[in-house]
Design a protein around this ligand. Structure first.
Ligand code: SP5
Ligand code: ZN
Length: 344
């Protein structure tokens, strides 16, 4: 399987994040890329290529221009205010009853463009998030040009980022940008299947009123885990998009492969019915049984099965890496899905 990867993605390297009331080492670490690369190579999974460089044009099809400009300049603005600081984080947000006007000052602007505290901007963030999008768009282009499947080894991940909000380690929504690129280059319909443990609320929001993109997601019940405020079963789409959003929330602790597979069949059935030209998989490996922040019980052999199930759709497929924080096994779990897909 063809993999697209860029070393520049490592330049986003925040030291810490807020978790459980404390500052802890940043879980979405650049090391994730090394573990996945190493496993791809050890298992001879195929060619690994660098991405092409794309302009911000395809990003602007999904994200607001002022948000893109904000991300490009945020570090420099923060650094002018706090020359000693190594990461920019918001602390105040335009909550219920407050005005949604972009503040002039960087701290206010950071809150305006953030849903939570877990997407800190550092010196290398802009370069890394552009490289991450480049990986997704290069892999997308290969699939468009006839490659049956490609893997975008992306980081930072994207599925929590909406049109103008960063969240949950995500800045630009790689999967959404690639999906929109398929449509802009002639596809009529694209399905996104999000198998990350967390609901891909950014992706859902971006396509919520659209009927040319089916968004289907299996994830931790938002009543029990992040992103807490979106991802319920009754979110089925809006306007023309009604019926084109499928959420399958699953309970923490008791979701193993048997339960997961039943929900997966529902999602795959709906995708089959939709008859997409392309399938984009938001591939999170944080459903793994020993993931440090997640509570499903999916095993490495189950990931192989997952790959099999996805291949049964028989669609040109783009895999985009999202979450997965059990570092030592992240590579093996990723390879399991991709091998399961290829072996079908
Ligand atoms: C891309 C991705 O996987 N982003 C995930 C961001 C999750 N950040 C919040 C983690 C909160 C963990 N709390 C777990 C408590 C469950 N009872
Ligand atoms: Zn996740």
């Amino acid at each position: 399987m063809l993999t697209i990867y860029s070393e520049q993605q490592k330049l986003h390297n925040p030291a810490r994040e807020f978790l459980g009331g404390d500052l802890v080492p940043y879980l979405e670490s650049p090391k994730r890329l090394d573990y996945v690369l190493e496993a791809l190579q050890d298992n001879n999974l195929g060619r690994i290529e660098w991405p092409e460089s794309f302009s911000t044009g395809p990003i602007a099809r999904v994200h607001r221009p002022d948000y893109i400009e904000f991300l490009e300049t945020a570090w420099q603005r923060w650094h002018q205010t706090y020359p000693e600081s190594t990461q920019a984080s918001p602390y105040c947000f335009p909550h219920r009853g407050l005005r949604h006007v972009v503040p002039e000052q960087i701290e206010g602007a950071l809150g305006y463009y953030s849903m939570d505290l877990t997407a800190p901007v550092v010196e290398g963030t802009w370069t890394a998030i552009r490289a991450s999008v480049d990986c997704a768009l290069t892999a997308q282009k290969r699939v468009l040009d006839g490659e049956p499947v490609a893997f975008a080894l992306c980081r930072p991940p994207g599925h929590h980022a909406s049109g103008d909000l960063m969240a949950g380690y995500c800045f630009f929504n790689n999967a959404a940008i690639a999906t929109q690129a398929f449509l802009d280059q002639g596809a009529d319909k694209v399905a996104i299947l999000d198998v990350d443990y967390h609901h891909g609320h950014g992706t859902q929001a971006i396509f919520y009123s659209r009927n040319d993109v089916l968004f289907a997601s299996l994830h931790a019940d938002p009543r029990q885990d992040y992103p807490h405020y979106l991802g319920h079963e009754d979110e089925t789409g809006d306007g023309a998009g009604l019926g084109f959003n499928l959420n399958l929330p699953l309970p923490l602790h008791v979701t193993g492969w048997a339960e997961y597979r039943r929900a997966l069949e529902v999602a795959l059935g709906r995708i089959g019915e939709f008859e997409p030209d392309y399938l984009v998989v938001s591939l999170g490996l944080d459903t793994y049984e020993r993931d440090p922040i997640s509570f499903f019980n999916i095993t490495t052999p189950d990931f192989l099965e997952l790959g099999h199930c996805l291949a049964a759709l028989k669609k040109p497929t783009l895999f985009v890496l999202e979450g997965g924080y059990a570092l030592e096994v992240l590579g093996n779990n990723t390879v399991a899905v991709l091998e399961g897909f290829s072996a079908f």
